[in-house]
Design a protein around this ligand. Structure first.
Ligand code: FPP
Length: 248
């Protein structure tokens, strides 16, 4: 029995979010430059997108570039932006064939115009796909997103469009970049780091967290299925007791 066969198709996380970490260390281990790690990171992205679509994950969010990543050497930033364009062009047919709809969240106007334009082109080309949403977090940080949402809500309170007492969890969520998607039920981080790195802090309030020592370029289909199986073995109580859940 393969790992994939062990997965319960009735309990697939509706939204999986991944912090893809360890490309640089992987490159170093192979005696190569960091960019080599990112290139191999793209290969891992392809494998995981396919594996997620295959088992019926409806939403997959990948942390591809954080607000903080702008502090990296310019040469690495350029390489990452170019890799993104190359990957989008190369994989567009496959995204359409697998009916995967592309989205991007983050401060996208900070992206170089070529990257931004290619991204928008890929997004509109995949617009009518409906099997899985692939959400790329680019120039994204959770604190930025929460502040932006707060500003928008405050301005509507000031103009009288929103009553201050109407602000609740649901309303706040509707002002986040992820308003179109359910909250992730599983967050995966590779490379043995136990941090959230400013990623979807609001949205993962009740997510199951899964950490693995594997570096991102080494993270493959089997590793992804293992994370799904681990998720399926957890009891999601949402504040209730174990006994209450059994009574249902
Ligand atoms: C973390 O490794 C990875 C990134 C900052 C970038 C992730 C980007 C890709 C996998 C390629 C492009 C993505 C798509 C969606 C096509 P790190 O550089 O922080 O590694 P380190 O912690 O070992 O230095």
């Amino acid at each position: 029995m393969t790992l994939k066969d062990k997965i319960n198709s009735k309990n697939i996380p509706e939204h999986v979010a991944i912090i893809m970490d360890g490309n640089g260390r992987w490159a170093k281990q192979h005696g190569k430059l960091r960019v080599f790690g990112h290139e191999n990171g793209v290969t891992a992205v392809k494998k995981i997108v396919e594996a997620a679509a295959e088992i019926g994950v409806k939403n997959l969010t990948l942390y591809a570039f954080s607000t903080e990543n702008w502090k990296r050497p310019q040469s690495e930033i350029n390489a990452l932006m170019n890799l993104l364009i190359k990957a989008l062009n190369k994989e567009l047919d496959s995204l359409n064939k697998n009916k995967i709809k592309l989205y991007a969240i983050g401060e996208l106007d900070k992206l170089p115009s070529k990257t931004y334009n290619e991204l928008q082109k890929a997004i509109s080309t995949t617009e009518s796909n409906d099997k899985m949403n692939l959400i790329l977090a680019l120039s994204y940080s959770s604190k930025w997103e929460i502040i932006e949402a707060t500003k928008k809500i405050s301005s509507k309170v000031l103009s009288g469009e929103i009553d201050i007492n109407a602000i609740n969890d649901k309303l706040f969520s509707s002002f986040l970049c992820t308003a179109n998607f359910p909250d992730p039920s599983l967050l995966i981080r590779t490379s043995g780091e136990y941090r959230l790195s400013n990623f979807l802090l609001w949205q993962i309030a009740y997510a199951e967290l899964y950490f693995t020592d594997k570096l991102w370029p080494d993270f493959g289909r089997e590793d992804f299925f293992e994370a799904i199986l681990d998720y399926q073995n957890r009891e999601r109580r949402f504040g209730k007791t174990s006994e209450q859940l059994k009574q249902k």
